[in-house]
Design a protein around this ligand. Structure first.
Ligand code: DX5
Ligand code: ZN
Length: 215
């Protein structure tokens, strides 16, 4: 059974509390939080003042995905927002090994996110240090985009690398996930699925989460 992380980005921001309560009541494992800065990605979502509110309401561990150019500047803020996982992008990390250690020292699980164009092989010397790798299956910045099919090959390649290195890192996939694409990546070796629009725009989000969970 996969780990399911509904993405709050697709929730109704006018009713955040009820969206979070819905996730609390559901079979979801984590709540996925997309922080954007308008520089690394062409969109701005929400920041730490909103997360202060989310952390009070969510009973699910927070999977915080930072789409920002300088994530290490905010390790303390991310920790204070009760993050279980801190995901930073490979593409902004000059000293990735050091960043991974700093995230762990701060008491969070360390995850690295790869954009669709970034090869999995670039992680071969840090894969043992990671708790999770998040593969983007859309270009980050927006919910509701179409799944990029090559992600399935990347999941399989990453799974092979993880096994070869004896790493315990999980594989998470984010973007355009529904029952069909979710099944494809799980069969290729994914452990965790992020789903935004597919959950929050569905008629019965609790049932949609349960359907993803049973893939
Ligand atoms: C995109 C975000 C995703 C997004 C997924 O930049 O990282 O987490 O919310 O949304 P869907 O599932 O609608 O593609
Ligand atoms: Zn995300």
């Amino acid at each position: 059974m996969a780990i399911i992380a509904p993405s709050l980005l697709s929730a109704d921001f006018g009713n955040l509390a009820s969206s979070i309560e819905m996730v609390n009541k559901s079979d979801a494992d984590w709540l996925h939080i997309d922080v954007m800065d308008g520089v690394f990605v062409p969109n701005i979502s929400f920041g730490f003042p909103v997360l202060d509110y989310v952390k009070k309401l969510s009973t699910k561990p927070l999977d915080v995905h930072l789409m920002i150019v300088d994530p290490m500047k905010f390790v303390k803020e991310v920790k204070n927002s009760n993050a279980y996982l801190m995901n930073i992008h490979y593409e902004v990390s000059t000293h990735l090994h050091r960043s991974i250690q700093q995230i762990k020292e701060a008491g969070m699980k360390a995850a690295v996110t790869l954009n669709p164009h970034t090869p999995v092989s670039l992680l071969q010397d840090v894969v043992e240090d990671l708790d999770m790798i998040l593969l983007m299956s859309v270009n980050p910045g927006f919910g509701g985009q179409k799944f990029i099919p090559n992600t399935v090959n990347k999941v399989a390649e990453l799974k092979e690398l993880i096994l070869k290195k004896g790493s315990s890192a999980l594989i998470e996939v984010d973007g355009g996930i529904n029952l069909e694409t979710g099944k494809l990546v799980i069969d290729a070796g994914a452990d965790a699925l992020v789903a935004g629009n597919f959950v929050f725009k569905s008629e019965n989000p609790i049932e949609t989460i349960a359907a993803l969970k049973s893939l």
